[in-house]
Design a protein around this ligand. Structure first.
Ligand code: B12
Ligand code: SF4
Length: 392
């Protein structure tokens, strides 16, 4: 087992009955050592980077240091997907050009990951632009895409290192010339970077808004991004016809109704083309998780999916049902406030332990489904009239 959770919470992870060992941190070379030792019949219980269970005791080896030279590693092996036709039919391929993030956001795994491993030094590392382009070319040659292809970059902040970003954008246009998307922070965007992204073929940029309340964003989440930077970043991207994607969270620690309304407001102001909004879930190992435990705000409510409306927090500043209510209507409140005003009262009427809105939503598949159904069945002139009148 490996990944974020076993790295930051190894004591918990190793307790799972079927887990005989776990890797902490970046595991490419650790796995290589393990496989080599096993193949050659050599002992492996003391290999750096692993915890093992042995005869009822736990062997805790120290973590390995980060992989400093990402260029020295072979390209990621994607052959595992070859017998999954669904994956190969997808008209996109995804990559990562860097590892690590220099920021300390209290909800994110990076500060925790870094603290659990070998300190802060050189945590952020980049593949060289040439090397990244070579990896993309190799993947596209082996797994060509049909339809309207695009590529995506999962780097935490694609515009973190200006020199790297400018060079990579230039090469992407010159050598690949396929539309691509990336993530960034509003504080890491300016005219030069926005121009470079556009010229490099970027069609969509994902930006974290997180909360419209500057205190929650900067003091609770430690995001270090102010409202003005958010507004400017969206403006610069939209001016260049790039599609924008805004990430938001509701129900954060110290959330209030006013703070949620500020989050609605800033989204109205910047109008992301796609609004993504989730209910905050504290991940074990992060500082925010420790905070909610210390405050006694973590309830025993379970969430079945990361995408549903329920908050696991019971905190004095806001009721969890109010968080759920706003989460149901968040996008509508931003994009179609009149429709939200019409539908929100349905969520106040209770039938048994559910609200009338939930009942209708469950029975009929939700507002989105009805919009699609209507759009398919109504004659075109009526649709156009409705669009004009209702601004749908
Ligand atoms: C890409 C990505 C996704 C993609 C996955 C796409 C894909 N095709 O793979 C999508 C968008 C689907 C996704 C979804 C989600 N994600 Co995500 N995702 C990432 C992201 C950005 C990159 C992961 C990655 O590939 N890294 C590159 C590889 C090389 O690094 P790695 O994953 O850490 O793996 C290394 C080690 O961890 C270890 N290792 C990992 N697994 C294993 C297994 C074994 C056996 C061993 C030995 C070692 C090992 O070795 C690897 C090589 O060094 C990370 C953030 C990040 N930068 O890592 C978040 C991240 C992993 N995601 C996260 C979350 C929360 C989610 C969601 C729950 C979000 C949501 N609300 O729905 C869902 C859950 C989906 C699911 N079913 O699990 C969190 C996890 C937090 C936590 N504490 O666990 C992260 C860390 C983001 C964050 N900022 O907090 N995600
Ligand atoms: S900037 Fe993004 S990736 Fe970096 S620590 Fe903050 S939330 Fe995590």
């Amino acid at each position: 087992m490996g990944g974020v959770w076993p790295t930051t919470m190894p004591e918990k992870a190793i307790e799972i009955p079927d887990i005989i060992g776990l890797a902490r941190g970046e595991a490419e070379y650790a796995m290589l050592d393990l496989v080599n030792a096993m193949e050659n019949g050599k002992p492996y219980m003391d290999l750096e980077g692993f915890w093992f269970r042995r005869n009822g005791e736990i062997v805790k080896n120290p973590p390995r240091s980060y992989i400093m030279e990402l260029d020295d590693m072979p390209f990621p092996d994607r052959t595992i997907f070859e017998d999954q036709p669904y994956m190969n039919r997808l008209p996109f391929r995804e990559f990562i050009g860097s590892r690590g993030c220099p920021f300390q956001c209290s909800n994110c795994f990076h500060h925790s990951w870094r603290n659990h491993l070998t300190g802060n030094k050189n945590y952020v590392r980049f593949k060289s632009p040439d090397r990244l382009i070579a990896e993309i070319k190799d993947t596209l040659d082996r797994y060509p895409m049909k339809g309207e292809p695009c590529i995506g970059f999962h780097d935490a902040t694609f515009t973190l290192n200006r020199k790297w970003t400018l060079e990579t954008c230039e090469l992407l246009k010159k050598e690949i010339d396929i539309p691509w998307w990336c993530n960034t922070r509003a504080s890491n965007m300016d005219e030069e970077l926005a121009d470079a992204l556009k010229a490099g073929g970027c069609f969509e940029v994902h930006v974290g808004i997180e909360s419209g309340d500057p205190k929650i964003r900067n003091e609770v989440l430690r995001k270090k991004v102010d409202n003005e930077q958010i507004v400017n970043a969206f403006k610069m991207l939209k001016e260049r016809d790039m599609y924008t994607f805004g990430f938001n969270m509701l129900g954060l620690p110290y959330e209030t109704e006013e703070a949620i309304l500020r989050t609605v407001e800033i989204n109205r102001q910047v109008q992301p083309d796609t609004i993504f909004c989730s209910v905050f879930n504290p991940f074990p190992g992060t500082d925010l998780y420790d905070l909610v435990i210390e405050k006694g705000w973590l309830s025993d409510r379970q969430v079945e999916s990361y995408f549903n409306h329920n908050s696991v927090l019971d905190q004095p500043s806001i009721d969890h049902e109010l968080v759920a209510h706003y989460h149901k209507f968040f996008k509508l409140m931003v994009k179609k406030p009149w429709l939200a005003a019409l539908l929100r009262p349905l969520d106040r009427v209770r039938i048994g332990n559910r609200t009338l809105y939930d009942y209708i939503d469950d029975q009929f598949g939700g507002v989105g489904v009805w919009r699609k159904r209507l759009s398919r069945t109504l004659p075109r002139p009526i649709k156009q009239l409705l669009k004009r009148v209702l601004k749908l």
